[in-house]
Design a binder for this molecule. Structure first.
Ligand code: AQP
Length: 344
């Protein structure tokens, strides 16, 4: 058996966000808010702006640096503390690309062909999209396992990719006869923000790439814009808010708005309906807008302050990259030994 230490380290969280446009409420409730809650609970967290992922689709090189800083600004503005957590840019740490190549030789084509996000994003054009887009979940596995992260806070849309990371970890351990070398990372998905839907279509997730800006609340939206988008959010013709969760059945847009209220207030959906059941949207929507603004406006303000001081963001990212490299480089060294790569 290969002489490696079985993983017995502490629980460690990794997650990433792509610099591909405006962050929205789904990214906040599904990911950023969880990062900050985990930090407050004392978890060791490694949070990355995943620019290698961003180039899997067409991008503008002139915009990428600022888009990268914007995600970092959001992470810091939401409350990630660069002394407590590691906040950095993926391409600044070589372990991600190196381990991704190695995992390309561990993952199986059949596993990747099952990925629904590739099918959605590649669509009918899948012959013409980049190999990188197909390979995206392998890079994601490398992101996580370069730090031997054990837990990954993400929205529900990432569940299938996380399962693939687990399969890659297990397969690597088995292929190289190195039991426990990589942990099989677990997704942290549960919670009311796990799947925030479009404000215009309750069957589609809120997304950066939706052509309608009214479909999402962006973290850079001002108060009036947030209030206007919630006022214009689609509901249905089935009347007032129901008094129990059963009454949300078949009402996806209403369920989404109630879910957003629940995620912000920390109340259960039952409790929200106990308060607003029987009320009309003329009452509920302004209450939701006020609640959303009270949470998001201070974050937006702090984000703007960071964006006005890019040198401050760059300092945090530089420090984060050094910390990330210090954790991942020894893991890569062990991986090279396990594989049998030449060393001087
Ligand atoms: N609607 C959502 N509800 C809950 N969580 C969500 N996330 C994204 N959308 C929702 C979570 O946000 C994190 C970062 O996502 P990302 O930027 O890496 O990529 P994404 O999932 O591709 O984001 P978008 O908005 O959906 O971008 P496009 O439109 O380009 O596809 C992840 O944890 C994700 O789960």
């Amino acid at each position: 058996m290969t002489d490696v230490q079985s993983y017995s380290g502490p629980n460690r969280v990794f997650s990433g966000i792509q610099p591909t446009g405006n962050l929205h409420l789904g990214n906040y409730l599904g990911a950023l808010k969880k990062f900050v809650d985990l930090q407050a609970a004392g978890w060791t967290g490694i949070y990355c702006v995943v620019d290698l992922h961003a180039i899997t689709q067409p991008h503008d090189p002139a915009l990428l640096p600022d888009q990268t800083r914007q995600i970092a600004a959001a992470m810091l503005a939401c409350g990630l503390d660069p002394d407590q957590s590691t906040v950095f840019v993926q391409s600044a740490v070589p372990a991600h690309a190196e381990l991704a190549w190695i995992f390309n030789c561990v993952a199986r084509m059949g596993w990747l062909e099952k990925m629904t996000q590739f099918k959605d994003k590649g669509g009918e054009n899948s012959e013409r999209v980049s190999v990188g887009l197909f390979d995206y979940p392998v890079l994601q596995a490398a992101d996580i396992l370069a730090y031997r992260a054990t837990h990954v806070p993400v929205g529900e849309d990432q569940q299938q990719h996380l399962e693939l990371s687990r399969n890659i970890a297990a397969r690597f351990n088995q292929q190289y006869d190195a039991p426990g070398f990589f942990p099989e990372p677990e997704a942290l998905i549960e919670g009311p923000g796990a799947r925030i839907m479009s404000l215009k279509d309750g069957s589609k997730k809120m997304s950066k790439s939706d052509p309608s800006d009214l479909s999402r609340i962006n973290l850079v939206d001002d108060r009036d814009t947030i209030a206007r988008k919630i006022k214009k959010a689609k509901t249905d013709l089935l009347g007032d808010l129901p008094e129990t969760e059963d009454g949300l059945e078949g009402r996806p847009e209403v369920e989404n708005l109630v879910g957003i209220y629940s995620a912000f207030s920390g109340q259960s959906v039952e409790a929200v309906l106990a308060e607003f059941g029987g009320a009309g949207f003329g009452t509920f929507k302004p209450a939701l807008a006020e609640l959303a603004i009270s949470h998001l406006a201070p974050i937006t303000e702090r984000m703007r302050a960071y964006m006005a001081d890019p040198a401050e963001i760059d300092r945090a990212l530089q420090k984060g990259a050094e910390k990330a490299h210090a954790i991942s480089a020894p893991v890569i060294k062990e991986v090279r030994d396990v594989i049998g790569f030449w060393k001087s």
